[in-house]
Structure formats: C-alpha cells, structure tokens
Design a protein around this ligand. Sequence first.
Ligand SMILES: Nc1nc2c(c(=O)[nH]1)N[C@H]1C(S)=C(S)[C@@H](COP(=O)(O)OP(=O)(O)OC[C@H]3O[C@@H](n4cnc5c(=O)[nH]c(N)nc54)[C@H](O)[C@@H]3O)O[C@H]1N2
Ligand SMILES: Nc1nc2c(c(=O)[nH]1)N[C@H]1C(S)=C(S)[C@@H](COP(=O)(O)OP(=O)(O)OC[C@H]3O[C@@H](n4cnc5c(=O)[nH]c(N)nc54)[C@H](O)[C@@H]3O)O[C@H]1N2
Ligand SMILES: [Mo]
Length: 786
Amino acid sequence: MNRLAPVEDINEEDLRVGTPKTSAAGVKAVMVALERGIAQAGVSRTVRSMLRVNQRGGVDCPGCAWPESITGARKPAEFCENGAKALAEESTTRTVTPEWWEEHPIEVLRNKTEYWLGNQGRITEPVILRPGEDRYRRISWSDAFGTIAEHMRATTPDRCVFYTSGRTANETAFMYQLFARSLGTNNLPDCSNMCHESSGSAMRPTIGIGKGTVSLEDFDHAELIFVVGQNPGTNHPRMLSALAEARKHGAKVVAVNPLPEAGLLAFKDPQRVNGVVGHGDQIADEFLQIKVGGDLALFQAFGHLLFQEEERAPGTIVDRAFVEAQTEGFEAYRSARAEIDWDQTEEATGLSRLEIASIARLLAKSKATIICWALGVTQQPHSVDTLREIINVLLLQGNFGKPGAGACPVRGHSNVQGDRTMGIWEKPTEDLLAAIDAEFGIESPRHHGYDAVETVEAFERDDVDVFVSMGGNFSLACSDTAVVEAGMERVGLTVHISTKPNRSHVVHGQTSLILPTLGRTDRDDKHSDGPQFLSVEDSMSVVHTTQGRLAPVSEHLLAEPVIVARMAEAVFGPEHPVDWRAMAEDYDVVRDHIARVLPGFEDFNRRVRQKNGFVLPNPPRDTRTFGTDIGRARFSVSPLEYLSAPEGHLVLQTMRSHDQYNTTFYGLDDRYRGISHGRRVILVHPEDLTELGLQDRDLVDVISTFQGTERRANRFRLVSYPTARGCAAAYFPEANALVHRELVARESNTPGYKAMMVRFVPHTEEPDPAFDERQAGRATAEFPPS
Ligand SMILES: Nc1nc2c(c(=O)[nH]1)N[C@H]1C(S)=C(S)[C@@H](COP(=O)(O)OP(=O)(O)OC[C@H]3O[C@@H](n4cnc5c(=O)[nH]c(N)nc54)[C@H](O)[C@@H]3O)O[C@H]1N2
Ligand SMILES: Nc1nc2c(c(=O)[nH]1)N[C@H]1C(S)=C(S)[C@@H](COP(=O)(O)OP(=O)(O)OC[C@H]3O[C@@H](n4cnc5c(=O)[nH]c(N)nc54)[C@H](O)[C@@H]3O)O[C@H]1N2
Ligand SMILES: [Mo]
C-alpha cells in the first residue's frame, strides 16, 4: 500500500515557503481532497462518503457549521475541499488496536506530534492505563463503565468535570448534560468557551439571543456584507459560494483582516466553468488590513462617522422608528461617539482616516447590512466590547429583522451551537433547569460550574477527581499547554470518548480510559429499533438530521448516546428516575424529551424528519423583537481599547492552517499562504523584521510576556509575510504554550489566543533553567526525536 498518507512525523527542516495565493478553491481543491480521501479510506468509502455529505438524509459535514441551503436546489456534491478532508480523516481504514497500544508505551507516544498520533487511525476497542503502568491495555466495556462508577461514587459531583467538543450531536449532548446534572454538577465546559463565547456574552444582553440573526437567504438580499476576523477560504469554504452569489445580486463585500487571506480575495468555484479555467470570482470589494485587536476602534469610528452623516442629512442614517420602539441606550451611545481621537484610531487600527471613511460611506448608503465575524474578534481581552460595538452599528441602522440584514457570528464546530441549545453550559438558566427537573424528576444543581479556563484552574488546585471528555482534545486546545498538561496529570481519572488517538490521551490522569466511538460517517444500527440517526443545528439555527452509512472499522465501537446511557446506568444504578436505556435504544425517545424540555423543539421527531429539518425561533430575525431582561435591544458604551505591544515586541495571533482541523492535522500544506512541510513558523511583516534586526527564515525562540510573567516556545522559523505591521501570526496549537491562562477576554473568559505580546531571541540549544522543559508542549515536538 504505497497510497497511504504519511504516518511519519514532522521534520521542520523540510519547511518550504512559496508565494501566497490570491484565490481559493478551484480544481486543485478537488484533486487534493480526493487524494487524501483515497489514501485514507480507499476509493469506494471515499466516493460513498463524499457523495452523501450535506445531502438531505445524508451526513452533516463534520467540517464546519456553515448551513446548507434549505430553499434552493443543492448541488450534487456540495463540494468543499476541507469538508472532504474531514471525512477522509474519519473514514480512514487504518486502525489503532489494543495490540497497537501494547506496542507503544506512553513515553514513546509523548514524543510524537499530534500529526503522527492522529494518523495512526481509528481506535477499535476500549483501553485503560492504570496507575504505575506504562501503557494502555484492553478493557471490556462493562469494566470500563465500572471503573467510572467507582471513581464517581468515591467523590463529590463538583469534583467531576464534563467537557464537550462541538461536533457532539444534539441527542448525545442532551443526554450528557442530563448525566452531569443528575450527578449534581454544572461543570460542563465546552469548546465554545474557547471559541465564540465572546459572541454570546455580547449578544445575549444586547439583542436577547446568543445566536446569529440571519439566514442563508439573507445573503441574496444584502447590500453590504462585512467579513471580520474570519478566514472562510479555509475554515468555512462553502461560505465563499454564498459571498460570490451575494455579489452577483449586487452586494459589496468588505473584508477586515490583518492577513490578505486568499479566500477573501477570490474564489474559483470548482463546479462552474470559470472556476475551472478562469480567474474565478472576486470576493472582497474592499480589504481593510487591520492591526490585530483594532476592530473595537474601527467600529467606534464607523459609529462616529454614521452620526456625522446623520447630522449632515437628518433622517438618512438612523432608523428612528426602530430605535425608538425597540431599543434602549441610544442617547448615551450617541454622545459617546460624538467625539473621536483620530490619531488613536489610526494607531489602533493601522488604517488611515480616509480608508475608514470610505468604508463608512458604504455603510451609510447600505439599506441592508450583514456583519459576519469569527475568531479574529472573539479571542482578545476586549472582545466582548468589540462585539457590542458591532451590535451598536447594526442597531443604529435598524439592521435586524429585515431581509438582507443582521448579525452573523460564523460558528466553528459543526454542532457547537446545537450543544449549547441542548444545555451544555456551565451557567444554565433557571428556565432550563426547571424544565429538566420537571421532565425527569431530578433536582439539578443551581450553582454555576466551571468553564474551560476555570477547569484548568481547578486542576491546579487539585479540585478535580474525574474529567470526562466527549470528543475534543482539551490539553492541546486550551491555553497554556504546559500548565494544562501538568494539571491533567493530577486528575484521578480521565475518560476520553474519542475516535482517534490524540495528545489528551497521552497526558492523562492517574487512571485513564479511552472509549472508542462511532463517528458521523459510521452506520449506527445496533439497536432493537433499527438504524438510528442524530441531529445537529447549524450556524443559522436550522436543525436537521445526520446519518452515517459506512461500516464501522470495528464491531466494538459504541455510539455516543449509548456510551452516556451505559455510564449513567453504571453510576446511578437501576433505580434512577431517568430511563437511560430507552433513550439509548431509540433516539426518538431522547427527542421526545427534548421536545418537552426545550422551547422551539415542539414536535421534534416529526419536524426533524421534514425534507429540510426546521428552523428554531429567532425573535430578532422573525419579529424584530428582543428577549432581553428589558424586552428591548440595548445600545452599549465601551471605552476605546486596543493591543499595543511593548518596545521590541509584536502582537501575536494564532490561526489555523489550510491543512488542519483544530488540533487534528490533515497534512502539512497551508497551500493558500504558500507554507508547506512545516508548521513551526511565525509570519512577520518584512519591515518589522528589519526593525527588529531579524531576517526571513531566522530560527528563533519565542517569549510571550503577560503581566510580568513569561512563557516560552522554542524553535520557530520567521517568515517574511504581508501581514499588518506590528503583528505576527503562528499556528494553533503550536503556539498555545505561549498563552498565559489568565490572558482571557473579560466577561466571556475566552483565552486571548489572538492577543499575545511576543519577542524573539535567537534559538539556543542550551536548556533554559527558568523554563520547564515541557513549556514548548512536546505534543508539537520541535523535531522528530532522533
Ligand atoms: N478546515 C477547517 N475548518 C474549520 C476549522 C479548522 O480547524 N479547519 N475549525 C472550525 C472552528 S472550531 C472554528 S471556531 C472556525 C474558525 O474559523 P476562523 O475564525 O476563520 O479561524 P482562524 O484560523 O482562527 O482565523 C481567524 C482569522 O481572523 C484573522 N484575525 C486575527 N486577529 C484578528 C483581529 O484582531 N482582527 C481581525 N479583523 N481579524 C483577525 C486571522 O488573520 C484569520 O484570518 O472554523 C471551523 N472550521
Ligand atoms: N491558540 C489557539 N487555540 C485555540 C483556538 C485558536 O484559534 N487558537 N481555537 C479554539 C477553538 S475555536 C476550539 S473550537 C477549540 C477546539 O477544541 P476541541 O474541540 O477540544 O478540539 P478538536 O481538535 O476539534 O478535537 C479533535 C479530537 O476530537 C475527537 N473526535 C473527532 N471526531 C469525533 C467524534 O465523532 N466523536 C468523538 N467522541 N470524538 C471525536 C478526535 O479524537 C480528535 O482527536 O480549540 C481552541 N483553541
Ligand atoms: Mo471553534
């Protein structure tokens, strides 16, 4: 089999740097995806999985949360290179068997990169690592659940933590939160704590809902669309078709980003002739190359300029009727934006007053504006303020509840939004808990639980005895890698419900279980009621089914709902008021419970089976109403804040390459940015390199500073790159060791992954006694061990 994708480790000395691309997708994208699929899964599994992705009755793509059209005709294959890679990754025929674990002691696995670990294949049987042993060994499912029960019964509920990664389906998520609450804890951290939490924190108090207020159809009616802090060409490739279509209907697109991302510049639709042979479609009409962290200043300036225009031509900008009838706090906002310090604004954004004014004119003219955003604005100390400022600008012109307008936080994981809807939340509302208690006859705890960062702090205080992870890779995804890893090792029992090996399995608790589960593409048919399907909610609140069809790689895999149910039976015994077994046998039973507990899910079982599923209620979008505590939308006032690097430092943001899914690496080719065969790079503007006395391709160690403390990550190559001045960029998760765990967004507690102050020193082989050797995070080992 010479077709297999590489399973060897990364050799950073092979790094290649070419020219960044100026367009995304195209035929190359199809070729790459097919190659990866066939290498992992062979021709027939690849064809079967790719043809069914995002088709009605098929598999919901595990790649991202961008919606499928619910009105228009779907293309025969809603094709997306990175969606296809996600499927290839999961449908691989490589396996990790108990024999494999026997052959690989933990010490060996600890020195492997995530790339190597993930490439070993799908885990086939449950395994356990017992205290004092040096490797995982086979364990039966019933002994595994027995071990969990023993540990949970020996401790108190709040010393147990239940993490969720956002790919978890609705039914699983509902059962999982019910498990935690039946046990007696709200310790339900999830990946959204590290992702879009800032969006929810800004939106709930201002517009009464923590979700986007547009539908896909709105893109056809928008006059102006902003894409702020997002790299759709890589992370939401299907969004490019929506943007290209919107432009055909006359919309202008403005990209706001420190990097000139290829997908923001042009898109070659591989399903159309000009996408194959021509230059493709332009995407962004305007590109604001903003400094990292400058968006709050930018949107404050937009507010100021809109008010100026309103003064010049009263009644043309502010939607007075809407503001009067539906909002609060307008006057305070107006007076806060009456003055502006242009020098500071230019300093914060790196943009000129003229550039900002020309975009403000587009805003002033537009009668229907959509603002899309993603992580570029959610992972900084002032992120919640930035997002409230974006909401202000939308409210001002009445851009809610009308065609072509609204707020569009573009979510990450394919069901991260659904998981929160299902109650995966460390700060649940009273309404939710009361409804759960009434339905099941349990008594949910009322006090709040830990979010992701608080979980790490609890690890450090020795306050966690059991950590269960429903998917995900907590130790690499969270900030401060060395701190998280050291923390995880203090936990009594870690339980990872996973599809593939990852770093969190090798920096485990004192006892560690790995429970292998079915993925999205796998057939789930071992139930007395026949094959089962699950459901998910996309970024635009559409709930629909997902059902895999491929034969699982092993007969020992259990579906996630079954794992939760059996864990519950083991922990709570047969007398528990919740009928776990009925839910595991037939997911319709779970959905009937959900229908009675969660608003908007009435008649769930019938409606989810409709051709396009159903759309959840969204008051700002549906009726222009706002379910805040005051029954109105709120303008808010924030002081100006931005990131200024101390002398000799740059502001470092972390991002995804084109060849990774969060902590999973599909390959080593960040094709659009021209970087391949390596990942330990830092992109720096050529003039910043010169100013710092450094050169392209210098080998450096990176030191981040935060409130007088330092973190260090070694052996990165500097790459001269056209990013905004004063800013640098590196890949996640290699740079996570640099993010101090207390560097977080205020209010949302989301790590400041895009807000580090860093300096570079020449790389030295001398170990630095001031830093723990693990500081660099061996998961992302600098070089393959010789
Ligand atoms: N193929 C693939 N798809 C994915 C994922 C994946 O890893 N791979 N991950 C999924 C997940 S969980 C998520 S949350 C999403 C993430 O989707 P994105 O948010 O697109 O992810 P990032 O790669 O972090 O890119 C952040 C973008 O913001 C820009 N940026 C950084 N700082 C700033 C700033 O201060 N201001 C502005 N305006 N821009 C800034 C960066 O240059 C970059 O273009 O994608 C989802 N989809
Ligand atoms: N520096 C930096 N750090 C970041 C970010 C950043 O932009 N910069 N982004 C943050 C964001 S947005 C997010 S969402 C988090 C991501 O954090 P996580 O969601 O925790 O991480 P993933 O890498 O998506 O998880 C991958 C693992 O999930 C498991 N898996 C895959 N499919 C399945 C399945 O079907 N079932 C089960 N049970 N397991 C499965 C596999 O074992 C795989 O190893 O990272 C955050 N960390
Ligand atoms: Mo995410």
